[in-house]
Ligand binder design. Sequence first.
Ligand SMILES: Nc1nc2c(ncn2[C@@H]2O[C@H](COP(=O)(O)OP(=O)(O)OP(=O)(O)O)[C@@H](O)[C@H]2O)c(=O)[nH]1
Ligand SMILES: [Mg+2]
Ligand SMILES: [Zn+2]
Length: 336
Amino acid sequence: MSPLDHYGLDQHWLTEFEKLSQKTTLARVVRVDRGEFDAVTDSGIVRCTGTGICTGDWVTLDSFRLAATLPRRTAIERASAGSTSDTQVLGANVDTVVVTVASDTALDLGRVERYITLVWGSGAVPVVAITKTDSGSVAEELVLAAAPGVEVCTTSAVDGSGIDSLTAHLRGTVALIGPSGSGKSTLGNALLGGSVLETGATRSADGKGRHTTVRRELVPIPSSALVLLDTPGLRSVGVQGSEDAVASAFSDVDELAALCRFGDCAHEHEPGCAVLAAVDAGELTERRLGNYRKLLRENAWAMSRQDARARSQKLREYKQISKSLRVKYAIDGRKR
Ligand SMILES: Nc1nc2c(ncn2[C@@H]2O[C@H](COP(=O)(O)OP(=O)(O)OP(=O)(O)O)[C@@H](O)[C@H]2O)c(=O)[nH]1
Ligand SMILES: [Mg+2]
Ligand SMILES: [Zn+2]
């Protein structure tokens, strides 16, 4: 068996690889550093050079140099903080994303919704793991209402409860995402069946983590054919994937919206609005509706930033062309 088989190799990647030059080596990126990366190949893990890749990418190598990146099947992308429209890829070719929600800190439903939107936008399937159930509890019914259509598992890495039922919902490459201190690496170790990933105590004052995990790394789970991608805790999660991702994360609101009298109902104060009627009836919380609107606005803003960037790029190209034309005409003019 090739080491690649433990890192999620399937027919899809073999077919993609066959389309490319046969003089290269197929590999999967297991960890990225500045300008260099570790990749697993048929003959084990090798150190390579190259940029523009992300942990989880399938690539081809030419004597330890990046030759090509195979088209990503999924990509977890967050809008980076600040005024640029840059995005950061948190993981490539991930199939399942476990969103960790800690029982020992205050429940932040808005954050859960934000993470789930991010995951739907990536093309992967989200699963929520409520962690540390041995040392606290969260209102599971609130989490369920904030995550319609998403599997929610309660787990404890300390007493081992829920780990098997969580495993049953995982497939392929599994990324762990959530705030620092929410128990991602500890849960990862429980899935791995050993202390492989570094974990760290949270601050006693507020239960926040200390950003123990500092890099994204792929680790195979030998017993289950799953590949784990542990990630550093995120301080902020900007969404910008697509309206579709928001619609998936808020499928309940989306279904209600289809019942509004007006097709373009903004659910503000229109007559016959099914969304507002659900709020009045106590079936949908103001909070959830508010966050739905916020994520849609954020998404629209990010898209307009992207458009603006595309426009200024076009403008730069145009200026470049007209400049070289001016030079050409000046030269031609002199010739005349
Ligand atoms: N009681 C209890 N403590 C847990 C459990 N899971 C994690 N912890 C503790 O929570 C703290 C943070 O766990 P980590 O796994 O390091 O958290 P993380 O999400 O990986 O944090 P970052 O790497 O900083 O993003 C550690 O002290 C763990 O021992 C659990 O199921 N029960
Ligand atoms: Mg960690
Ligand atoms: Zn409406």
